[in-house]
Design a protein around this ligand. Structure first.
Ligand code: ADP
Ligand code: MG
Length: 240
């Protein structure tokens, strides 16, 4: 067990509630959900649009805060952290991969990969370019290092975003529909890369709509109307 896990788990979501205030009143988006992920697990999250998948992901990455309950990732209690602490925590411990890549358009591919290293300063400035190039090489993109993102294909941009997610060697990778904007062949290549990363010890939590890909993920969580289900059983405790 590494320093990142608490009771053997890297991710703890305990009785998490998330409400939003809408024009017609309170919207209950996560209804006291539980999720525990061990180090080295590959977990898929499925469910209809609007069921609460991205909200769940945002609770785990600290991009948004729960209304109730608690989230612990890599030994850190997220509710105890300020926004600044959360940003730094995320930079070091979580690599986030989005559907639309979110690369900075004015930076080259290799500069995009160096950005999280500059932010977290875990490597000396002189080591960063070499590390970024090694990560681009790992995702098969070394020859695109000095190009701007908009000159790359969708699959190449997503591989650049994966290299960026690995910049600070985080234990946890989180993807919110990371293959959602790719054709099926490209999605397959990216998925193979995710599997490789898990086999090298990363923990991966991935939201996907893709039935075929979900069928290849060893553990699946389903989200319906703000409730998480595993093997058909709700993870929300019944109220007494
Ligand atoms: P999914 O990712 O499963 O498609 P989301 O987690 O994005 O679903 O959204 C779940 C529900 O929460 C939706 O009804 C959505 O409209 C609502 N929601 C999400 N974010 C907000 C917000 N910032 N303000 C109000 N409602 C929101
Ligand atoms: Mg979503």
């Amino acid at each position: 067990m590494s320093e990142n896990s608490t009771n053997g788990h890297l991710v703890h979501v305990d009785n998490v509630i998330k409400n939003f205030q809408g024009p017609a009143g309170t919207i209950h988006v996560l209804k006291s959900v539980n999720l525990h992920v061990r180090e080295g697990e590959f977990v898929g999250v499925r469910g209809p649009s609007g069921s609460g998948k991205s909200t769940l992901i945002n609770m785990i990455t600290g991009i948004d805060r729960p209304t109730g309950g608690s989230v612990n990732v890599a030994g850190h209690k997220l509710e105890k952290m300020s926004e600044n602490e959360l940003a730094r925590f995320r930079g070091k411990h979580i690599g986030v991969i989005f559907q639309f890549f979110q690369l900075l358009p004015t930076l080259t591919t290799v500069e995009n990969v160096m950005l999280p290293m500059d932010f977290c300063r875990m490597w000396k400035p002189s080591e960063r370019p070499e590390r970024a190039m090694a990560l681009l090489d790992q995702v098969g993109l070394a020859d695109q290092a000095h190009k701007l993102p908009n000159t790359l294909s969708g699959g190449q941009q997503q591989r650049a975003a994966i290299a960026r997610a690995l910049a600070n060697d985080p234990p946890l990778l989180v993807g919110d529909e990371p293959t959602g904007n790719l054709d099926s062949k490209t999605a397959d290549t990216v998925f193979t890369l995710f599997n490789d990363l898990v086999s090298k010890g990363k923990t991966f939590l991935m939201v996907t709509h893709d039935k075929e890909l979900a069928g290849r993920i060893p553990r699946i969580i389903e989200v319906y109307d703000g409730i998480l289900y595993e093997d058909g059983k709700a993870t929300t405790e019944q109220k007494q």
